[in-house]
Design a protein around this ligand. Structure first.
Ligand SMILES: [Mg+2]
Length: 353
């Protein structure tokens, strides 16, 4: 039986990489990409590049932590009543080796969520919500192997964020009022036709529903593996309502029964895992527990500051991942980077001067 080749529509016609196609194996299934179980010492995680907003948040957090240690921030009992003190580890801090596992620096001091906190400030989730996750030693070992190409590409599992990735909400109180990132609908059409797609946002379920209903048709929604919102972060009731840092633990989506059943070879015991999954998100911190399964793209904050053709570049990178036996090792060695000189190729029949 000849491999069934599926031409990728949509943006493929626009970008510079050709041809893109994914194919089922001759057995009619998909190529197994089980990662070697070698016990390779986990090297230190790279410090991710910070944008201005992240830098400002970190500076603020560190300043408040210092103030906290000096007794300036916690002398007001009225403030403590709001949520109680929390341990905070600022994102992207220096690496500390812990039995070969890369870990963040020790907590820098308690922090308190206050009503007068700046809007962008986030606090760490409480222990009841799972705290701050780190990658497991097994995960790090599997991502340490050298990238290996498949003979034929395969359909991968793509988990896509909403706010900052596909859209920008100028006013978060009006979630149905948002600006779409350039090419957002075309990109989603393409992803749903080509990959196994999940949507996962830390916004509340009712808001996610409004956003998704503007981006996808009912038929497209039905084709998504899952559409997950804030209620899927296992947050405590207090954290659910607070401005906490959310973590997209991929193990929680991989272990979900409906997600497990969505793997085309589920009946043969195959699962979505670090070898075949990518999280498309503007926040590296959200992907902290599986740091080499995130395709971090620049945060979309409106068309003015937007680099050229971000989503077509993501499209091309996703196509590359279809050819990889272990997505986490590929991303570890070749992380996604925006090319400032990227130019779309006009579709056939469109002539430009
Ligand atoms: Mg986001």
């Amino acid at each position: 039986m000849r491999p069934q080749s599926i031409q990728i529509p949509g943006l493929t016609l626009l970008n510079n990489l050709a041809p893109h196609a994914i194919a089922a194996t001759s057995e009619g299934g998909f190529i197994s990409a089980a990662a070697p179980q070698s016990k390779v010492a986990a090297p230190a995680m790279p410090r991710r590049k910070e944008n201005k907003k992240t830098k400002a948040r970190r500076a603020l957090a560190e300043a408040q932590a210092v103030a906290g240690r000096n007794g300036h921030a916690h002398n007001n009992p009225a403030r403590q009543e709001l949520t109680g003190p929390r341990l905070y580890r600022p994102p992207n801090t220096s690496n500390v080796s812990n039995n070969g596992i890369t870990a963040r620096a020790t907590p820098s001091g308690p922090r308190i969520l206050t009503r007068d906190s700046p809007r962008d400030e986030r606090v760490a989730p409480s222990e009841a919500s799972g705290g701050i996750p780190d990658p497991s030693p097994l995960y790090m070992a599997q991502s340490s192997t050298l990238p290996c190409s498949l003979r034929q590409p395969r359909r991968i599992f793509v988990i896509i964020d909403l706010n900052g990735t596909l859209l920008y909400r100028p006013n978060k109180r009006q979630p149905f009022n948002f600006i779409q990132r350039p090419h957002a609908r075309q990109f989603l059409d393409y992803c749903i036709d080509t990959f196994h797609v999940a949507i996962w946002s830390s916004a509340r379920a009712e808001n996610v529903d409004k956003m998704v209903s503007q981006l996808l048709s009912p038929q497209q929604r039905a084709r998504c593996v899952v559409i997950w919102a804030r209620d899927k972060f296992n947050l405590s009731p207090a954290d659910y309502s607070a401005r906490v840092q959310c973590y997209k633990r991929l193990t929680s989506i991989w272990n979900d029964p409906s997600v497990m059943a969505s793997h085309p070879a589920a009946a043969h015991g195959q699962r979505w895992d670090q070898t075949n999954t990518v999280l498309v998100d503007d926040s590296a911190e959200k992907g902290r527990s599986e740091p080499y399964n995130i395709l971090q793209l620049p945060e979309f904050e409106g068309p003015k500051a937007e680099p050229p053709d971000v989503l077509p570049q993501v499209h091309d990178y996703l196509n590359l991942l279809c050819h990889q036996a272990n997505i986490s090792s590929y991303i570890r060695h070749h992380p996604f980077k925006i090319n400032a000189n990227y130019r779309l190729t006009p579709p056939p029949g469109v002539h430009t001067r």
